[in-house]
Write a protein that binds this ligand. Sequence first.
Ligand code: HEC
Ligand code: HEC
Length: 455
Amino acid sequence: MSHLRDSAAAPRRLHFRAVALALVPLIVSSCNDVFGDDDDDGAPGTAPDPVMENAEAMIAEGRETFRFDTFGDEAFWGDTLRLHEAVAGAANGGVGPGLTPAQALTLGLKLDSAAVGSDILNALQQGTLDLNDPANTLELLRRDAVVGVDGIFDTVQGNLVSIGITCALCHSYVDDSFDESIGVRQDGWANRDLDVGAIVALAPDLSAVATLLGVDEATVRTVLGSWGPGKFDAELLLDGKAEKPGGGSSATLIPPAFGLAGVNLHTWTGWGSVTYWNAFVANLEMHGQGTFYDPRLDDALKFPVAATAQLGHVKSTDDLITPKLGSLHLYQLALPIPEPPEGSFDPIAAQAGKELFEGRARCAECHVPPLYTEPGWNMHTGAEIGIDEFQALRSPDERYRTAPLRGLFSHTEGGFFHDGRFATLADVVEHYDQHFVLGLSPTEKDQLVEFLVSL
Ligand code: HEC
Ligand code: HEC
């Protein structure tokens, strides 16, 4: 929900989300059918199952956090970078031309059709909504319809006075059921259309980032412009490395956040567990207000920026992150793996591909079904999988994490492997065929690809 901020001398934020959250347990206990309690608790009349009730309440709370919680990061995106001013535009109390709905969609932002409202949906359908008017972007933000973006509005003037981001910005998609980029939320899907760098570069004041990195603002803008859609560099603010040795951006692809239950280490380079990474991202990348501890970031050779700024020792007076980590974790573990659309692969070829995957092609030695990563320490050097070590060396364990392969069809845009170096799954199979000297025939390679699409 969009937040309202009083324009009175001491700004007071009305956190409606927090109120909604407080109501969650009430809703859960009064809507048993919605949450399928009848099945979980045994026959009607038997005592409720406290474990199932707890899980349901936590998952409901985790979903609210994942979709709507900024953890107070508007202090960074709004108050420090003044991103809201560029979104609003001069005509609406900001600076510059403002962000039109058409531009927002081109940047890869998605609209939640359930929140857009029937009047705007009708206008969209009839082509009467002015997609070139930034005031309409503000109205969409007011309705909380822009996935992952939280607009904070002044209660008196109705101006956009700050802006925050949530996990859903990068890790949610919509099903396009209304129109392209407008539909029902799909939490956990990687938004490979989203140009994070271009969005951040809209901000009129990037001096805070420039100061942290020890470069000028123009350099920061060049780096942000080098990322491109579907990518973000989570290590930039730790090591200041913006380019790979041979040239090219050091940003990585946004991975999906579904299907992670049972997977030990997370991120492309295995920084830690899901909850480790959630704390990392909420504090260090989103710039929410919380607590974060990781003395591995004190390594000044590997993480010069983080070591200087003491990023492994964050302690905000008001911790808005830690109390939410438990339910946020459980919610992500509960996110189902999407099924590939019917007809998107040939089942007979996929079956033959499965046999190759688990047999002669040796894929299952690392991608162990049904997790498709190793139970245990799921990490490998670049040399083992035939790629360079650059990104691995930017992480504590200097390894690449075996990517869990389920739902690959949902993130084909931007390519495969951490930096999208392989444009297609056929390119991935070709790479392994050469690296492991598998001697696969063209038919066998196709079969492996069909199997990967079916996962
Ligand atoms: C600005 C975009 C962005 C935002 C916002 C963001 N993430 Fe991510 N997320 C990424 C990228 C990029 C990676 C890969 C990082 C890497 O490997 O270095 C990632 C990795 C992850 C992973 C690891 C997935 C795997 O395959 O193991 C999880 C889990 C995750 N994010 C959850 C979250 C949660 C929860 C939030 C909110 C607290 C969040 N992310 C906010 C971009 C984002
Ligand atoms: C030695 C362990 C190992 C073996 C064997 C292996 N992989 Fe991988 N695989 C990995 C690692 C590690 C990554 C992550 C690479 C990265 O982050 O850039 C990966 C990534 C992938 C990806 C990209 C996933 C994504 O989200 O971009 C695909 C697809 C894949 N492997 C398929 C296969 C197939 C098919 C085989 C057999 C021909 C195979 N792998 C054999 C370890 C392995």
